[in-house]
Write a protein that binds this ligand. Structure first.
Ligand SMILES: Nc1nc2c(ncn2[C@@H]2O[C@H](COP(=O)(O)OP(=O)(O)O)[C@@H](O)[C@H]2O)c(=O)[nH]1
Ligand SMILES: [Mg+2]
Length: 673
């Protein structure tokens, strides 16, 4: 017996689509269609499997990945519900990393929106096959044709409808199966098959022949025989269609209604057919490798979600990339090299842990108490040096300073770091200049949800304020100064003298210290204290109140006293020297210039460039990537970027991306006060 027969098939499906198209409802609908539930829940009363965390209910939208398995015969499909709001698309990216197939849900009422375009791009980035489900055909203003046309404009000629709706709005009652050339009528849980209704016959014939053509064109031997006048058999067409869909060369479109339960049985069958294992890209010893989902291979798991449950504590959700799990085993976290014992094998149904005996490659499992494990970590045998290959480097959309009662500072920081464990798109940093905590987030809604979670879970109140604008200062010209400390207190005195030459660094390197002391004028053991003193004074700020950077300090002479000199004394003398130099030569205000790379659809290029120049950005060059998008390289002052992600999203309808890294410092323009 080969491994295909010994192990059941387990695969993962990501449900994606903009907010409100019915994904969370569809998850329940598919569980019902496969016999896992008697009747679906309703998002309105929080009775659905997914989407029931208090913030999700308050905002009527999913905020993170939630899941439930369905069984199709022996096959297990783990369905991942995802958020549809752009602030939370990093969760969609994580779901697509794991998914064997993406189910793109579109509403026949609202059609194809800018967000749909962004999601389509994410699927292409993840190289995952896509199935489209046009939902809500029962709704009053449903429009199948315009939805399909807009989809075709987005996806291109690989788009192929497999079904047509029968009736629209309240009269919607079934679908025409194009390949099978028959009508399927739904009445509650029962379906009936029959001939294609006369009023659809003409449309059906047209769409059907273009589907057959798309299939034939996808297969060389079929094309040849077709051209020689042969009509391929139905099962052959079906088989080729199957291959083409798995390879993503045909993007099938199905249709239905979650509320009426129309088309869901067929949809789940199609998903099962297309959810074939795709190789998982990973880094092994720094090299890109492709791991097959092989249940007979060595055990490799990858964590893709962390949930902090008020009762169970921390739950880590992993996909089994390869191997089989049953009973307790030990694995090593490849990032931390910590050994972790996996016990208590569970899968998740919404927020509920369900114990299981065995899990195979492609399965999704959850563990409590994996304390070293973070999202993206890989668990395997100690000898394997594996890491996730994806880098989701989408820059945050905006930054905000945290405003909290002073007494709460530590509490806020701890609580934020706990939230970050679950929410990989949230970043928290300490701004040393303003001494505030700064949060980098994916949007206003993300900030709001973060604030609500801090309150509900940790009873911490915060507000958001504009982030501090980071300025620095540097010395304007060289200065030769003396730092002299001479104090006579009770017993010991304090004595240290240093002579230092301070000069600006052309390249605005942060700091350079040169020891040019000869003849032991400053004893060896005090030299690093002088350096520390200078650095301390620089961090403390210059005459303009900003941290000082970009200078070279050369210590060339000094004096010490056998009894009264100490490290502390020399450190103070170093500080005094630096302050004296800054006073003497004056300072200039600097800002950090970031090297920014913006990727934008070319139709928005003009607007993106105009916006960059309004931010005092300087374009270094433009290029095209393989998709035909424009890649702009520019230098932009750091302080102009605090909301850039948000603005870029607005300008490009969510399709633009950017990254930024520190590049150099430049004199800041005079700020009016
Ligand atoms: N008329 C109609 N409403 C639907 C259908 N599917 C979902 N809905 C409703 O659409 C709203 C949003 O659904 P939800 O599952 O939360 O969408 P999500 O944001 O994509 O997860 C809810 O009120 C659902 O009851 C459908 O097929 N027809
Ligand atoms: Mg939802």
């Amino acid at each position: 017996m080969d491994s295909m027969h010994r192990h059941p098939k387990a695969r993962t499906v990501a449900l994606i689509g903009r907010s409100g198209v019915g994904k969370t409802s569809l998850l329940d609908g598919l569980v019902v269609a496969t016999g896992g539930l008697k009747s679906p829940g309703r998002v309105e009363d929080g009775s659905t499997i997914a989407g029931n965390d208090p913030e999700e209910r308050r905002h009527h939208t999913s905020l993170g990945i939630a899941m439930a398995p369905v069984w199709v015969g022996e096959d297990k499909l783990t369905l991942l519900d995802t958020p549809g709001f752009i602030d939370f698309f990093s969760e969609v990216e994580r779901a697509l990393d794991v998914a064997d197939v993406a189910l793109l849900v579109i509403s026949a009422v609202n059609g194809v929106t800018a967000d749909t375009g962004v999601l389509w791009e994410l699927c292409r980035d993840a190289a995952v096959p896509v199935v489209v489900f046009i939902n809500m055909l029962d709704a009053e203003r449903a429009n199948f044709e315009s939805t399909l046309n807009a989809l075709e404009a987005l996806v291109g000629p690989t788009l192929a409808p497999l079904e047509l709706p029968m009736g629209l709005g309240p009269s919607f009652h079934g679908v025409v199966d194009l390949l099978g050339d028959e009508a399927i009528t739904y009445d509650g849980a029962t379906t009936a098959r029959g001939p294609v209704p006369a009023e659809l016959a003409e449309l059906e014939a047209r769409v059907r022949s273009s589907l057959l053509e798309a299939i034939v064109v996808g297969d060389d031997s079929l094309t040849e025989r077709y051209l020689e006048g042969e009509t391929p058999a139905m099962d052959e067409l079906e088989e080729v269609l199957g291959h083409l869909m798995v390879q993503g060369r045909i993007v099938p479109v199905t249709c239905g209604s979650v509320i009426k339960g129309v088309g869901l049985d067929r949809l789940v069958g199609l998903l099962d057919e297309i959810a074939e294992s795709r190789p998982i890209p990973m880094l092994e010893n720094g090299q890109l490798v492709q791991l097959g989902r092989d249940s007979d291979a060595e055990l490799v798991l990858r964590a893709f979600k962390v949930i902090v449950d008020p009762y169970v504590g921390r739950i880590v959700v992993c996909e089994i990339v390869s191997g089989t799990l049953s009973g307790d085993v030990s694995v090593t976290n490849a990032r931390t090299r910590t050994e972790e014992r996996l016990h208590g094998l569970n899968y998740l149904v919404g927020a509920k842990l369900v114990p299981t005996q065995r899990a195979v490659a492609g399965d999704v499992v959850a563990f409590a108490k994996l304390n070293s494990v973070r999202v993206g970590d890989v668990l395997a045998r100690p000898a394997r040096n594996l890491a996730s290959a994806e880098s989701h480097s989408v820059a945050p959309a905006l930054s905000a300073a945290v405003v909290a009662a002073a007494s709460d500072d530590d509490k806020v920081s701890t609580a934020l770091h706990r939230l970050m464990e679950e929410d990989a798109s949230l970043r928290v940093r300490h701004d040393p200049v303003s001494r505030t905590l700064v949060v980098d987030a994916m949007g206003e809604m993300h900030l709001q949800v973060t604030q609500e979670r801090l309150k509900r879970r940790y009873n911490v109140d915060v507000a958001w304020a504009a982030p501090p604008v980071p300025y620095y200062e540097t010395i304007r010209a060289a200065a030769d100064v003396e730092g002299r400390l001479k104090k006579q207190t009770g017993g010991h005195g304090q004595f240290a003298v240093v002579n230092v030459k301070v000069e600006p660094l052309a390249a605005t390197e942060p700091f350079e210290f040169v020891d040019a002391v000869v003849g032991g004028a400053v004893p060896r053991q005090y030299i690093s204290a002088v350096k520390n003193g200078i650095e301390r004074a620089m961090a403390h700020g210059g005459p303009l109140g900003q941290p000082v950077i970009g200078l070279r300090a050369t210590l060339y002479d000094g004096k010490a006293h056998a009894v009264d000199s100490s490290e502390a004394a020399f450190e103070t003398a170093g500080s005094m020297a630096l302050k004296a130099a800054l006073e003497k030569s004056g300072t200039a205000m600097l800002e950090r210039i970031m090297a920014v790379q913006v990727v934008t659809p070319s139709d928005c290029l003009g607007d993106v460039l105009t916006d960059l120049s309004s931010r005092r950005g300087r374009v270094i060059g433009t290029d095209q990537n393989e998709r035909g998008d424009t890649v702009i390289s520019a230098h932009v002052p750091e302080g102009e970027l605090t909301r850039y992600g948000l603005d870029l999203r607005a300008i490009t309808g969510g399709r633009g991306r950017f990254s930024a890294e520190a590049h150099h410092f430049a004199e800041a323009p005079k700020v009016a006060t």
